[in-house]
Design a protein around this ligand. Structure first.
Ligand SMILES: Cc1cc2nc3c(=O)[nH]c(=O)nc-3n(C[C@H](O)[C@H](O)[C@H](O)COP(=O)(O)OP(=O)(O)OC[C@H]3O[C@@H](n4cnc5c(N)ncnc54)[C@H](O)[C@@H]3O)c2cc1C
Ligand code: SF4
Length: 595
């Protein structure tokens, strides 16, 4: 039987005292800040807007579709936004909607009833401006409760991208600065993968890798002939177990990964509560207040330094303040930018930390959509493997603009994909009905392969978020207005993704059934980055290389907003490595009395 350790009991919140640090947000970034600062012996208060859910009960990882009254779908009174709604309408998408709740598209990936309490109701959380599929999770642990857990490192092809191709700005750090922190994250949280020795996709300190199945292995072998690398999915999952963490089990390969949006109820897959927050609570130095909606960083009128956080109690609406010697924003890229812009005072008329005017700008992410689907015909009807029982299929590392220069675009893209017999196999894209259809799905399952690309969206000053002058959320707080669009580089890159995906499949002997050339709406990747970028020039950047505000030295922003460019590698492992590095620095500075 699997024994689960219960969450540690909460500590009383004391708003009359000044904590060493107040953290806003409990996702990957906030959780890491809590872990590192409490390890340094600091007394920390964490404010989280959402609730603490009984997450195992929500995720129901072992429930079969036929045990659910609607096979995992939400009730008819609810609606999840679809691709066409994002493209033909303008936000706020839930305005005038007849539904009781409206959720972002992520609910449409199947098993939607399981995340209904995790993602926000768009009616309460509107935003305006250009089209954007913005997925938010307001709950303890944020989006880490449902993330896809592809855990990748960036390299100097990313940190020094300007040196490489002349565009944008280099990061003020290099791979050598962050590598020891990637190692710490790997060892503390666990990551499964296979070493490949690639300079542009550095290896982690891997636990046992998941295995490629026959079709995936064949594609890997074919790609190797042209020097391209398909590697088993690098998963932020502990496959060997973590002796230091009683809240997480090793991966038992039960298969829920393949059939729902994230969600591992034994926490083999990393999530911030069991991976970071519960162990921090066990130190006795972390106090957690959920249902606390930060609305402003408060300022000491004498010094202009951050004093704490003004917040609203989500239940009663009561306005409260928490005080800290240091304030750490970790509310996610866009919410942290919103908070900085909301924090206007005589000392910081443009919003706190925004003397450069760059807060909200240089917003970047990943472009998605193009992909390919086909069959290794000779694998049809072969004995089937159980491919749900692993946390992911494969990842194809970037191959564009490394040594050569592509004539029509800069930067690169990678692919996520899989093959095999899953509960909702890709073969269900076959057409037909009845017994012959079921037979075809079964026969072709082990032969079908599909993959989709994730490409770097260039950081551009004009891609930005700001505050809407009129529209407010349910709590009366001004919302974000988007001004964000893909450009020519992204469109040309997306076309190349579709072309090369087809080529790679054909070279491997796969019969291509479908090539997707459509680019999904901005935001679809759920990898928002770069609204308060780091740098050494205080006129063009917001944060120091340690994610410390240039203007307000006791204010740190430790989420993806600090990223200078998006890379094409998924960001969460980098968010946590950077947060760890910055919090080590912060603790040191606090000890020296320099903050
Ligand atoms: C379906 C899905 C799949 C994904 N797959 C991957 C993947 O494979 N690989 C990868 O690297 N990344 C993936 N991501 C992205 C990943 O989840 C994020 O990069 C990561 O969670 C970011 O961490 P964060 O702490 O910045 O933000 P979040 O995890 O969003 O946490 C922010 C927290 O701040 C809280 N908050 C916000 N505003 C306030 C406020 N005003 N006051 C108080 N609290 C506030 C929120 O409630 C939330 O709990 C995926 C995300 C989703 C949803
Ligand atoms: S395959 Fe592993 S990580 Fe995925 S849900 Fe199952 S136990 Fe969790």
């Amino acid at each position: 039987m699997l024994l689960r350790a219960p969450a540690p009991p909460p500590k009383d919140v004391d708003l009359s005292r000044t904590y060493d640090a107040v953290i806003v947000g409990s996702g990957a970034a906030g959780g890491m800040a809590a872990h590192v600062l409490t390890s340094h012996g600091l007394d920390v208060l964490m404010l989280e807007a959402g609730k603490k859910l009984d997450i195992e009960a929500e995720l129901k990882s072992m429930e079969w579709p036929y045990d659910h009254p609607r096979r995992g779908e939400k009730p008819y009174t609810s609606h999840a936004l679809r691709f066409n709604e994002y493209t033909v309408r303008q936000p706020p998408y839930a305005q005038g909607s007849p539904w009781k709740t409206v959720d972002s598209y992520v609910q449409g990936w199947g098993g939607s009833d399981y995340t209904k309490n995790i993602v926000v109701n768009e009616q309460d959380h509107p935003y305006t401006g250009t089209r954007y599929a913005w997925v938010r999770a307001r709950v303890l642990g944020g989006k880490t409760n449902i993330w896809g857990r592809l855990a990748l490192r960036l390299s100097d092809y990313d940190f020094k991208a300007k040196t490489h191709d002349g565009y944008g700005d280099d990061w003020p750090i290099s791979y050598a600065d962050i590598a020891p922190y990637y190692d710490k994250v790997d060892l503390y949280l666990g990551i499964a993968g296979h070493p490949e020795g690639l300079p542009h996709l550095p290896d982690s300190l891997f636990q046992r890798s998941t295995r490629l199945n026959a079709a995936e292995l064949r594609l890997r072998q074919s790609m190797a002939r042209s020097g391209r690398v398909l590697t088993p999915y690098r998963a932020g999952v502990t496959t060997d177990g973590l002796k230091h963490n009683k809240y997480r089990s090793r991966c038992l390969g039960r298969g829920a990964c393949g059939r729902r949006v994230g969600g591992c109820d034994i926490h083999a897959a990393f999530d911030s509560p069991t991976g970071l927050i519960y162990p921090a609570l066990d130190t006795g130095r972390l106090t957690l207040r959920t249902g606390s909606i930060a609305r402003e960083v408060t300022v000491d009128p004498g010094t202009g330094k951050a004093r704490g956080i003004a917040f609203l109690d989500a239940g009663s609406g009561q306005a409260l303040e928490a005080k800290g010697r240091v304030v750490i924003l970790a509310a996610s890229t866009l919410e942290s930018a919103r908070l900085m812009l909301l924090s206007r005072s005589p000392q910081h008329p443009n919003g706190i930390g925004n003397s450069s005017g760059h807060v909200g700008h240089n917003f970047c992410e990943h472009v998605m959509g193009p992909g390919v689907y086909g069959f290794f015909k000779d694998l049809a009807g072969k004995p089937r493997t159980i491919d749900d029982g692993r946390p992911g299929g494969f990842y194809i590392a970037r191959y564009r603009n490394l040594r050569e220069r592509h004539p029509s675009f800069i930067r690169g893209y990678g692919f996520e994909g899989s093959s095999g017999t899953e509960m909702f196999p890709s073969t269900t894209r076959l057409t037909g009905f009845g017994a012959s259809y079921k037979k075809a799905v079964r026969e072709m399952s082990s032969a079908a392969v599909h993959m989709g690309g994730f490409g770097e969206v260039l950081a551009r000053y004009e891609n930005a978020v700001g505050l809407d002058p009129e529209v407010k959320d349910k709590w009366g707080i001004p919302v974000l207005r988007f001004s964000f669009q893909f450009g020519d580089n992204e469109r040309k890159m997306a076309a190349d993704m579709a072309d090369t995906a087809r080529e790679m499949f054909e070279e491997a002997g796969i019969d291509v059934l479908h090539v997707d050339r459509k680019v999904l709406t901005e935001g679809w990747s759920i990898h928002e980055l770069g609204t308060a970028r780091m740098g050494t020039d205080t006129r063009t950047s917001v944060l120091s290389p340690f994610q410390q505000s240039h203007d307000v030295k006791n204010l740190f922003v430790v989420d993806g907003s600090s990223h200078v460019s998006a890379s094409c590698q998924n960001p969460t492992w980098t968010i946590m490595a950077l947060a760890w590095r910055s919090c080590d620095y912060l603790a040191d500075q606090l000890r020296q009395g320099s903050l």
